[in-house]
Design a protein around this ligand. Structure first.
Ligand SMILES: Nc1nc2c(ncn2[C@@H]2O[C@H](COP(=O)(O)OP(=O)(O)O)[C@@H](O)[C@H]2O)c(=O)[nH]1
Ligand SMILES: [Mg+2]
Length: 585
């Protein structure tokens, strides 16, 4: 069970309060603190719920529920395993005053793509204006003590959250109104400060466990399975791995294999560390106690050589003997190959900080049909820039780099700038992808706009009788624009398909203008023609749109023309095709 949500929305506080609530209801605590997690005995949760809420039906029995606190929002992405997530369930924490924020959205997207069942804790209800705290009370009880205005405010906030969640495809409701937890996402208003609603949250968690975990109990608990949540530098210990053990047992002295920068890392567990209970902590630096082994589910700090090379999100595999190694290394390589990509494809270059975030990033890009040339873990390198530049020669949109939560050296950045390669950086996965995609869209639109601007537009004019100002050298006469537009430089053609030269100048009230549109009456000059010979008074003339331009106006830009222009173009096409049936096809 993982707790996630936007920063400062109260994940850690909520976990602390749940622990406190259960401890308060039970003489023998039994709750153990783990690295980045707490293990709640299942019975203790059931018992606490019973005491607080009365009858609780619990058909299944589980050894315990491990609640994992996510240090950064994207750390959840590291709780991965083949085809799913190590986290069976999750609590999404949302601050009632702030609602859905960027990292909330990120969490929702990750939960959705992993298909992880979850409950929404709408936290900090004590901050609603006028709230009268009833410490530790179940929701129903505290709500009866609140003013009507306060209750209404909570209703409104809940309703807004329901609306937000529906944007991401979830049907959500206040948990008391839900009958089927498989179909509806439960929202539980709570306060991690006063403890209000915590009994309700525990109850819903039990409900979720009943609904979603029953079938998983048949899975054998013997095979060891673990994943690296984080690599943390500890004073005096060097690089350590915070590992979530989801199945089996891990012991001191075991040989483990993990995924590292330079390939599989095989190393011996030197020590396993757990947090020291507060009362045993004499020195603030002395926070760990050593354990001989840990059994699932658990969060533990692993001390071993070579962990600085290991990628967060790496699976932890147990090596039982030398002969296991080839098979284990193959498995690790294979796992990494799924989303660490190197191809010659015309595609984007992707860099991310952990295996989990890279996997999620590659997933998002694939969903949106963005081809990938390279996807790898680590900071952006000069080689990445070179690769992107190669792509850029073929496709300026794909010849760029997405960098999630990784550094870009100044030197590399300058190199990229000089090559015209863009580096998109971000710390929120979906936002990074969206930013890139909207940049592409924007550029494509600009380009299209420029392309459209350059095309000769259709136009239809009539030579006004009695308005011949000069017969030739150049011919100057009055016209009315019947449809579309005319501009200096555009060639004209008669209704019978005869070319009559280009418009040299357009004048309105004696002043040259750059464009005349439908309805305008203007004078035009044409060189090399004589009125009465090539052009006649009263005649209708068309802008002779070049074939290539006509083709584009008929296809890609057909919706950019107004009705009159479109009609003028159709007439032009008809008269041109009378001479050449394949014109502008
Ligand atoms: N008033 C109030 N403050 C809260 C509540 N929950 C958390 N906070 C405060 O919000 C801040 C962030 O909480 P924290 O648990 O560190 O958030 P995290 O970043 O999600 O782990 C802290 O100052 C908490 O004291 C709550 O229910 N009510
Ligand atoms: Mg926290």
């Amino acid at each position: 069970m993982v707790v996630l949500g936007h920063v400062d929305h109260g994940k850690t506080s909520l976990l602390d309060k749940m622990r406190g609530t259960i401890v308060a209801q039970r003489e023998a605590g039994g709750i153990t603190q783990h690295i980045g997690a707490s293990l709640f005995p299942y019975d203790a949760v059931v018992e606490a719920c019973r005491k607080l809420l009365g009858e609780v039906r619990a058909q299944i029995r589980l050894p315990g529920l491990l609640f994992i606190d996510t240090p950064g929002h994207a750390a959840f992405a590291n709780l991965r395993k083949r085809g799913g997530s190590v986290a069976d369930m999750a609590i999404l924490v949302v601050d009632v005053m702030q609602g859905v924020q960027e990292q909330t959205v990120e969490s929702i997207q990750l939960l959705r793509s992993r298909r992880t069942p979850f409950v929404v804790a709408l936290n900090k209800i004590d901050m609603i204006y006028g709230w009268k705290p009833v410490p530790g009370a179940p929701l129903k009880e505290t709500l009866t003590r609140q003013d009507r205005k306060v209750v209404e405010e909570l209703e409104t906030k809940t309703y807004m959250l329901v609306g937000e969640l529906s944007k991401y495809g979830f049907t959500a409701d206040l948990y008391t109104r839900i009958t089927d937890f498989r179909r509806t996402l439960a929202i539980v208003p709570v306060s991690a400060k006063t403890g209000e609603g915590i009994p309700d949250l525990l109850l819903v968690i039990l409900g979720l466990a009943q609904t979603f975990m029953a079938k998983q109990l048949t899975v054998s608990e013997d095979r060891f399975e673990g994943v690296v949540l984080e690599i943390v530098e500890e004073e005096g210990l060097g690089a350590t791995a915070n590992v979530v053990v989801s199945s089996g047992v891990l012991s001191e002295g075991d040989t483990i294999a993990l995924i590292g920068r330079k390939g599989p890392v095989v190393t011996k567990v030197r020590a396993l560390l757990m947090p020291k209970p507060l009362d045993e902590m004499r020195d603030p630096r002395d926070v760990f106690k050593r354990v001989k082994s840990v059994r699932a589910s658990a969060g533990v700090k692993v001390v071993a050589e070579g962990l600085d090379e290991v990628y967060p999100g790496s699976p932890v595999l147990l090596v039982r003997g030398e002969s296991d190694l080839p098979e284990i290394e193959r498995r690790l390589e294979e796992e990494l190959a799924e989303f660490r990509i190197t191809t010659d494809k015309t595609g984007i270059v992707v860099k991310a900080d952990t295996i989990g975030s890279l996997e999620a990033l590659v997933g998002y890009l694939r969903e949106r049909n963005v081809p990938i040339r390279i996807a790898d873990i680590g900071k952006v390198s000069k080689r990445d820039v070179v690769e992107a530049e190669v792509v850029r020669r073929k496709d300026q949109y794909l010849g760029n780099i997405l960098a999630f939560n990784v550094d870009v050296d100044r030197e590399v950045e300058l190199e990229a700038n000089s090559k015209g390669v863009r580096i998109f950086r971000g710390t929120v996965l979906f936002r990074l992808v969206d930013e890139y995609l909207s940049w592409v869209e924007e550029r494509k639109r600009e380009e299209e706009e420029a392309e459209f601007g350059k095309l000769v537009k259709p136009g239809k004019i009539r030579f006004l009788e009695g308005f011949v100002f000069r017969r030739s050298d150049p011919a100057i006469f009055g016209v009315e624009v019947l449809a579309g537009e005319i501009a200096p430089g555009v060639p004209l053609v008669t209704a019978s398909g005869r070319h009559v030269g280009e418009i040299h100048q357009i004048q309105e009230s004696g002043r040259p203008i750059s464009r005349a549109t439908v309805g305008m009456k203007v004078a035009i000059s044409i060189r090399g023609v004589t009125v009465g010979r090539q052009v006649k008074e009263g005649e209708v003339l068309y802008v002779a749109v070049p074939e290539r331009d006509a083709r584009l106006l008929l296809s890609k830009f057909s919706n950019r023309l107004d009705e009159g222009s479109r009609k003028a173009l159709e007439e032009l096409v008809t008269l041109m095709r009378a001479q050449n049936p394949l014109w502008a096809r």
